[in-house]
Design a protein around this ligand. Structure first.
Ligand code: URA
Ligand code: CA
Length: 434
C-alpha cells in the first residue's frame, strides 16, 4: 500500500477501507510515514469528512496503537465521563462520588493539563497528603472496596492520537468533527471504559461555540461509541458563562464538597444530576433516567455521597477532615471585591475571558512547566440574568498578591451589565442518545 494513494483517494472524496486507515495510523505511529504526507491526509479529511464506519475504524486504530488499561478486575459496568472542557467545571469530583454512592464503579484516570485552572489531579492535590500514585492492584482493589479511585496518567495510551493531535495543531486541522470525535473517543476507550457519558460544552467558553457544531460533535462521538460496543450518550450543556461560582483549584474543591452535600450552586448541582442519571442508567443501577435521578438525590440528602468522598480521600492518603472544615484547604492571602459600577442585570459573563482572569492570578498553567497556585482564583456572586445594585460585589478575587489591577480590568471588561432585564441561559441544551 502506498500513502500517496490513500491521500488521493480521500482528496477525491472516496471512502477509506479499514486496512487503509490502519495502514496510515500504524505507519505514522511507527515513524514510517512522514509528517508531510499525514498532514496532507488530515487536510483531505478536514474537507472531505469521514463516514461513521471510517470514524469508528480511525478510533479503534488509535486505541490499538498503544497500551489499553485493563479494568476487568473491577466488578460492574465501568462508566466514564468526559467533558469537552470549560471554565470552573468542578463536575468530575462531585459527580464521581455521587454515582459511586449509588453503586456505579468509578475508575478514573485523570490528568493535570493546561488551562484556566489545573486538572482534576491538581484540584485533588489541594487536599493535604492526597496522592494519585496507585499501583494497578491498589487501584482495582480500591474501586471494588469503595467504588471510587482516581489515578494519574500511566502507560503509553493512544500514541497515535498524541502524534496526530500535535500535527493537527500546527497544520490547521484541529477543528474537524471526525478527527476531534475519534481523538476523544480513542482516549476514553483505551482508558478502559465500558460505557461513556459525554458532556459537550457549547458557547463562548467552549471548544464548540455554536449549538449546531456542538450537536454534530456529540452525535459523532455517540455513534462511534455505540458502533464499537461502548454504550455512549451525550448532553450538550451551556458554557457561555462559567459553571458554578468557583474558578480555582482549592476553591473548586470546596464547591464540589458543597455540591456533594446538596448545597452547591444550582447549575452545578443540576449538571451533576443530569450527567449522573445517565451514568447510573448506563451502569445498570436504574432502568429510567427518573429513577436514576432520584437515587442520586437520595444519596446526596442522606449523606452517602459525601461519605464516599471522605473514604476516597482517606484511601488516597488525604486529610478527609477538609470535608467538614474546608478552611484546611490552601488559603489565599488577599480577598479583593469587584463592586458593580452600575445598577442593572448581568447580561454576560464571558466564560473564556473570566477563565483567563483566574489564570492571571496563577490558578492555571500557560505551559507544561508553569507552577500552579492552588489557593487562588475567583468566586463569582452573580450569574447571567441576576439583578445587581451599584457597589454590590460581582466577584471576590482570591490572590496571593494585592496587585490585581490587570485582573480587575479583565473582569470589568467581560462582565457586562445591562439596564434591561436579561433571561438566564438554559443549562442543558440537548440530550443526544444516537
Ligand atoms: N480534544 C482532543 O482530545 N482531541 C481533539 O482533537 C480536540 C480536542
Ligand atoms: Ca465552578
Amino acid at each position: 500500500m502506498r500513502m500517496v494513494d490513500v491521500i488521493e483517494k480521500k482528496r477525491n472524496g472516496e471512502e477509506l477501507t479499514t486496512e487503509e486507515i490502519k495502514f496510515f495510523v500504524n505507519g505514522y505511529t511507527e515513524g514510517k510515514i512522514p509528517d508531510y504526507q499525514v498532514s496532507s491526509l488530515m487536510m483531505a479529511i478536514y474537507f472531505q469528512d469521514m463516514n461513521d464506519r471510517e470514524r469508528a475504524d480511525l478510533t479503534m486504530a488509535m486505541v490499538e496503537s498503544g497500551d489499553k488499561i485493563n479494568l476487568s478486575g473491577i466488578e460492574g459496568i465501568k462508566v466514564d465521563k468526559h467533558s469537552t472542557g470549560g471554565v470552573g467545571d468542578t463536575t468530575t469530583l462531585s459527580l464521581a462520588a455521587m454515582v459511586a454512592a449509588v453503586g456505579v464503579p468509578v475508575a478514573k484516570m485523570s490528568g493535570r493539563g493546561l488551562g484556566h485552572t489545573g486538572g482534576t489531579i491538581d484540584k485533588l492535590e489541594s487536599i493535604s497528603g492526597f496522592h494519585v500514585e496507585l499501583s494497578s492492584e491498589q487501584f482495582t482493589k480500591q474501586v471494588n472496596d469503595i467504588k471510587m479511585a482516581v489515578i494519574g496518567q500511566s502507560g503509553n495510551l493512544t500514541p497515535a492520537d498524541k502524534k496526530l493531535y500535535a500535527l493537527r495543531d500546527v497544520t490547521g486541522t484541529v477543528p474537524s468533527i471526525p478527527l476531534i470525535a475519534s481523538s476523544i473517543m480513542s482516549k476514553k476507550i483505551a482508558a478502559g471504559a465500558d460505557a461513556i457519558v459525554l458532556d459537550v460544552k457549547t458557547g463562548e467558553g467552549a471548544f464548540m461555540k455554536t449549538l449546531e457544531d456542538s450537536i454534530s460533535l456529540a452525535k459523532a462521538m455517540v455513534q462511534i461509541g455505540n458502533r464499537v460496543g461502548r454504550n455512549t450518550m451525550a448532553i450538550i450543556s451551556d458554557m457561555s458563562q462559567p459553571l458554578g461560582y468557583a474558578i480555582g483549584n482549592a476553591l473548586e474543591v470546596k464547591e464540589a464538597i458543597d455540591t456533594l452535600k446538596g448545597n452547591g450552586p444550582e447549575d452545578l448541582q443540576e449538571l451533576c444530576y443530569t450527567l449522573g442519571a445517565q451514568m447510573v442508567v448506563l451502569g445498570g443501577k436504574a432502568k429510567t433516567i427518573e429513577e436514576a435521578r432520584s437515587l442520586l438525590v437520595e444519596v446526596v440528602q442522606n449523606g452517602k455521597a459525601i461519605e464516599v468522598f471522605k473514604k476516597f480521600i482517606e484511601a488516597q492518603g488525604g486529610d478527609a477532615s477538609v470535608v467538614d472544615n474546608p478552611s484546611l484547604l490552601p488559603q489565599a492571602k488577599f480577598q479583593i471585591e469587584l463592586p458593580a459600577k452600575q445598577d442593572g442585570y448581568v447580561a454576560k459573563m464571558e466564560a473564556d475571558e473570566i477563565g483567563v482572569a483566574a489564570m492571571l492570578l496563577g490558578a492555571g498553567r500557560a505551559t507544561k512547566e508553569s507552577e500552579i497556585d492552588l489557593a487562588v482564583g475567583l468566586i463569582l456572586h452573580k450569574k447571567v440574568g441576576d439583578q445587581v445594585k451599584q457597589g454590590e460585589s460581582l466577584a471576590t478575587i482570591y490572590s496571593n498578591t494585592d496587585d490585581v489591577q490587570n485582573v480587575l480590568d479583565k473582569l470589568y471588561a467581560h462582565i457586562v451589565i445591562s439596564s434591561d432585564k436579561v433571561e438566564a441561559p438554559t443549562l442543558i441544551k440537548e440530550i443526544v442518545l444516537d
